[in-house]
Design a protein. Structure first.
Length: 246
């Protein structure tokens, strides 16, 4: 399967690549558009740290299935920010039930996470001569996280550009897509081969469950991340059945 290839920008990009469905789709999106793509991930003591272990197989899978991306995929960077996990009393960093907090946000919200990630990513990009940052933040299928909103991300881009005296662009290709549309984007980028890689190799479950496998991938099947992924998969496959040319 030859992936969709728009005009290639002869520049470099840095993808925030956690090992989940969204960030893997974003990595494929970047590889189809940029001449050189690097990846960055963060270990902050997350409960679902298994996602970080998926990244190597995903990077290898992308270049094996799509050899034309092999020369575009560059260095990978893993940054330890364990202080964030120690400060965060959340369901993503503590063994506690997932529930809504008094402020209306789920306790899976890690305050400052995306702001910190983007700051570290921009600092690394500055050193490596990269101006384009790519993240899987989304305002459609999200849990109300304020650091996933488009306004937050674009304001961060302005602050980073001002603070580092370098023009940064933060791309969020999933910002206005629901999970079904994210599956569909993966199919448009790389067909069934990319969709299958994402199903089998990525991890998005908040509880870090890699023991139970569903048609949409591995997970506990009950946490908010699994519910979103499963619902999106059902809608996507129903659309595919109706319109198999998608």
């Amino acid at each position: 399967m030859t992936p969709f290839e728009p005009a290639i920008e002869e520049t470099s990009a840095l993808v925030l690549f956690s090992g989940g469905q969204d960030s893997t789709t974003c990595l494929a999106w970047a590889l189809s558009r940029f001449a050189h793509v690097e990846t960055i991930a963060f270990d902050y003591g997350q409960r679902h740290r298994v996602e970080l272990d998926c990244r190597s197989a995903l990077r290898q899978g992308l270049t094996s299935i799509f050899p034309q991306w092999n020369n575009r995929l560059g260095a990978d960077h893993l940054i330890e920010v364990d202080a964030l996990g120690r400060m965060s009393q959340t369901a993503l960093t503590r063994e506690t039930e997932i529930e809504f907090s008094a402020n209306g946000l789920p306790n899976t919200f890690v305050p400052g996470r995306n702001l910190l990630f983007l700051t570290f990513a921009a600092a690394l990009a500055y050193r490596r001569g990269i101006s384009d940052l790519i993240g899987g933040m989304c305002e459609t299928d999200f849990s109300g996280y304020p650091d996933c909103r488009s306004q937050t991300i674009q304001t961060m881009a302005q602050a980073l550009s001002l603070g580092m005296e370098k023009s940064f662009v933060i791309h969020t290709p999933l910002m206005w897509l629901d999970k079904a549309q994210t599956w569909r984007l993966a199919h448009e980028l790389g067909g069934a081969a990319l969709v299958d890689l994402i199903r089998v190799q990525t991890h998005s479950c908040y509880l870090g469950d890699r023991h139970h496998r569903f048609d949409w991938g591995f997970g506990c099947g009950t946490c908010p991340a699994c519910n979103l992924r499963a619902a999106g998969w059902r809608k996507f496959t129903e659309e595919m059945a109706i319109s198999p040319r998608l």
